[in-house]
Design a protein around this ligand. Structure first.
Ligand code: NAI
Length: 512
């Protein structure tokens, strides 16, 4: 790979748009030593941004996270420009203005009359094609996507996006510069949603789907996603934070940009929240109420049940081993069958057979196996340390048999949440769909598997990259879950990425 140098710190960086993103980018560039020129059509926005950044540098110095001298020097590097002509000496211009293709195109056309030929033009757009933004330029090869995440000083990810005409050497300079700024860049091809805003769609969509199918209350699903899935926030609290207007608009824009691919179909439930003005935290109500005296709703958690007298753990494997250790640590005796019959389940207790979900509902699985007392276990990021687990019982399952299973997991130290019997449950369904989308992005040459995983960990704080997670689950099991979801719903939404099928067929993984 050609190693290209980052821009020298003495190079002038200009930022256009002094809102939330522009101010963050300016702060980062000034902190590493660039003279930074901030421009905005509203002079008061520039003054406000520069004032706030200087305040931040002072605060960082007070806290000892920056030396006094460095804070003073970084503050002095910030300069306001009320006219575009003042950007003439910039080596890199990062545009972070209003998300409108025509306005951005107009700005870049004006800029080309001002800056030198070797000035790199970068855009922080989150949804507009880099190819389209560059098309009208005299030198379309100089436009690169430089997509930061909010809040810029804290989020490490930068997607470095090439349009059809982008000069790959300039993308490399932007990549190296982002690295020099302490960021974690990844390359991406200009396609709707780039990496993060595309691959993250199922995190919201599958949550909304299982909520629509009455799998459980938002607080319950959120708690499962956090405490079993290891995600920092559940989908509903996260959508409430982002704002349903914003989240719904992104979903709609990705859906339309992919010519109404059912993968990205927006949710009627979320549309209703937008219709009602229940936009989340900012409006005081979304999935949750946010009044001053409102107690947050609690997740459904099973009341303590008696632990079963007998337990058989079938075979070995990561899930069986982790559960066996927790049960042993709780002082409970169990029998272990080393070579169980095929399809025997993960464990048996209280007359119930417990399986890890394979994308069929418990009810369907009970019917297929002829075992009425079938209980399903959801995926956990780490069964050894998860504090909560989700269970679902078949409609045919005897209540006492289900309670024995709940008692077993409680004895092993899990809080147990019962989901209504939806196919794929919560964590498994979400994670396989995240992996499926990431696999399609890789298959279509948008990014590498490594970049997809880094992007989701650094851009939206996922506890594990979706493709590494799929490797850990086992790609044949991921394929089975997706096939079963596709079979149940008969919707193109759940079609399996050709790359997952190919990996399973050859026995390969995403990461060696
Ligand atoms: P913002 O609304 O906070 O700031 C935009 C600024 O651009 C305003 O100060 C406005 O006066 C200025 N502006 C508008 N038209 C202009 C023009 N023609 N010339 C100069 N200045 C102009 O917006 P925000 O949130 O900072 O977003 C900026 C860009 O970054 C958008 O393209 C957005 O899609 C993208 N982005 C936003 C993220 C976010 O979480 N807010 C995350 C990643 C990208």
């Amino acid at each position: 790979m050609v190693m290209t140098n980052a821009l020298d710190p003495s190079s002038i960086v200009a930022i256009i748009g002094s809102g939330a993103m522009g101010a963050g980018i300016a702060q980062v560039a000034a902190a590493v030593g660039h003279p930074v020129i901030l421009h905005d059509t509203r002079p008061e926005a520039i003054e406000k941004a520069i004032g706030n950044i200087r305040k931040t540098f002072r605060m960082l110095a007070d806290k000892g996270r920056m030396t006094e001298d460095a804070a003073v020097a970084a503050s002095a590097r910030l300069q306001a420009a009320t006219h575009l002509a003042e950007l003439a000496d910039a080596r890199l211009v990062v545009e972070a203005i209003v998300e409108n293709q025509e306005v951005k195109r107009g700005l870049f056309a004006d800029l080309e009359d001002v800056v030198s030929e070797d000035c790199i033009l970068a855009t922080n757009t989150s949804s507009i094609s880099i190819t389209a933004l560059g098309a009208k330029l005299r030198h379309p090869s100089r436009l690169v996507g430089m997509h930061f995440f909010n809040p810029v000083p804290l989020m490490a990810l930068v997607e470095v996006i090439s349009g059809l005409a982008t000069d790959s050497r300039l993308a490399q300079v932007v990549y190296a510069t982002a690295t020099a700024w302490g960021k974690n860049p990844v390359y991406a091809k200009s396609t709707p949603g780039f990496i993060v805003n595309r691959v993250a769609r199922p995190y919201y969509a599958e949550g909304l789907r299982i909520l629509t199918e009455q799998a459980g209350e938002p607080a319950t699903i959120d708690a499962i996603m956090r405490e079993a899935g290891g995600f920092r926030m559940g989908p509903f609290e996260l959508m409430d934070l982002i704002g349903h207007d914003v989240n719904f608009a992104v979903t709609q824009s990705v859906f339309q940009a992919y010519f109404n691919d059912p993968r990205f179909t927006p949710s009627l439930l979320q549309q209703e929240l937008v219709n009602a003005g229940f936009l989340g935290r900012k409006s005081g109500r979304g999935f949750y109420p946010y009044g001053q005296d409102t107690a947050p709703p609690q997740p459904q958690t099973e009341a303590p049940q008696a632990a079963p007298q007998q337990l058989t753990i079938m075979g070995s494997g990561a899930v069986a081993d982790a559960i066996a250790s927790r049960i042993a640590a709780a002082g409970m005796a169990f029998v272990r069958v080393d070579a169980p019959q095929a399809n025997s389940g993960l464990l048996e207790c209280g007359g119930a057979v417990v399986h890890l979900t394979d994308g069929r509902s418990a009810t369907q699985r009970a019917s297929d196996t002829g075992v009425a007392n079938t209980v399903l276990l959801d995926l956990a990021l780490d069964y050894a340390s998860a504090s909560r687990i989700a269970l679902a019982a078949a409609d045919q399952c005897d209540e006492e048999a289900y309670r024995a299973v709940a008692g077993l997991f409680q004895a092993a130290g899990f809080a147990v949440s019962r989901l209504n019997d939806v196919p794929g449950m919560a964590v498994m369904r979400t994670v396989v769909m995240l992996a499926n989308e990431a696999a399609d992005a890789v298959n279509q040459g948008v990014c590498t598997a490594q970049s997809a995983d880094v992007a989701m960990q650094k851009g939206v704080n996922y506890p594990r990259g979706p493709l590494a997670w799929a490797d850990a689950i086992g790609l044949d099991d991921v394929l089975t879950v997706l096939h079963n979801l596709a079979g149940t719903y008969g919707e193109d939404r759940y079609r399996v990425s050709p790359l997952i099928q190919r990996k399973v067929a050859s026995g390969a993984r995403f990461h060696s």
